[in-house]
Design a protein. Structure first.
Length: 262
């Protein structure tokens, strides 16, 4: 199984996969060289994901790919599916579930700018807007805050308040928030704190949907394990990667090394 993301967001997806499928082995690609995906063009995102899958495919036998990134999934999933023969699973902001859950009919959707500009999101919002208000925030700043938090840097309240200003200023806040980027799962607590002093809030995180999809695929297609190790590959060496290695310990990767994606 190949799992990839621009950064640590995909690790939240991996953590959930490990919980449900503890015997599964995987290759995790941290494409930190291209981080953040949220400020890239659709052309770049499509080409980059094809490059990642092809490069890994030439080194390791892969039989299933998990795109642990909403930005890549909303922009490139259908193209990738038509290019490769193995199953490719993506992650998407789940507006449908939010619609079922919201009581005050105000849904918040926060994702990267690239995700927000994708035609997938535009179409989905258009289809689901009746009877609900969808308040959107497109930001490329929040993913960087998650990257820093993982490395032990305190989350700045001021920066968070700036990102969420349009929601803070609303007379009634969304009671249901769709986390439309895998990096944001790491910041649930902080988001809750700045937006909701008293009332409750429901976060919609598609991580769980992805895991159950993987489970179904594995059962249906009788996919066997074809790698025996957990491998972590990064596309760029940097000091901040060194800081991340401590956090990676709990994932028990047996191989951690560089992969050239150029
Ligand atoms: N974690 C990613 C997502 O789910 C991308 C964040 C970024 O690189 O901008 O959208």
């Amino acid at each position: 199984m190949l799992i990839f993301d621009s950064g640590v967001g995909g690790l939240s997806v991996l953590k959930n996969i490990k919980k449900i499928l503890p015997k599964m082995h995987y290759i995790y690609i941290l494409d930190n060289e291209a981080f953040p995906y949220g400020n890239k063009t659709e052309f770049f995102i499509v080409q980059r994901s094809i490059k990642i899958i092809n490069t890994v495919k030439n080194i390791y036998p892969i039989n299933i790919v998990v795109i642990a990134c909403n930005t890549v999934s909303t922009i490139a999933l259908s193209i990738l599916k038509s290019k490769f023969s193995f199953p490719i699973i993506g992650i998407f902001p789940d507006i449908k579930t939010a619609k079922k859950i919201t009581k005050n009919k105000i849904i918040g959707l926060i994702a990267t700018k690239a995700t927000m500009n994708s035609s997938y999101i535009k179409k989905t919002i258009y289809k689901n807007i009746s009877k609900n208000t969808i308040q959107v925030i497109g930001t490329n700043k929040l993913a960087s805050i998650s990257e820093k938090k993982i490395r032990g840097i305190e989350v700045s309240q001021k920066k968070l308040k700036n990102i969420f200003k349009s929601w803070i200023d609303l007379p009634v806040h969304p009671d249901t928030i769709i986390l439309g980027c895998t990096h944001f799962s790491l910041l649930e607590k902080e988001i809750k704190k700045i937006l909701y002093k008293t009332s409750s809030i429901y976060f919609i995180d598609s991580i769980h949907t992805v895991t159950s999809q993987i489970k179904n695929y594995l059962k249906k297609l009788h996919i066997n394990q074809n790698i025996r190790k957990n491998i972590f590959l990064y596309s760029k060496y940097s000091i901040s990667l060194k800081e991340l290695l401590i956090f990676l310990k709990k994932y028990q990767f047996t191989i951690i090394k560089h992969i050239n994606l150029n």
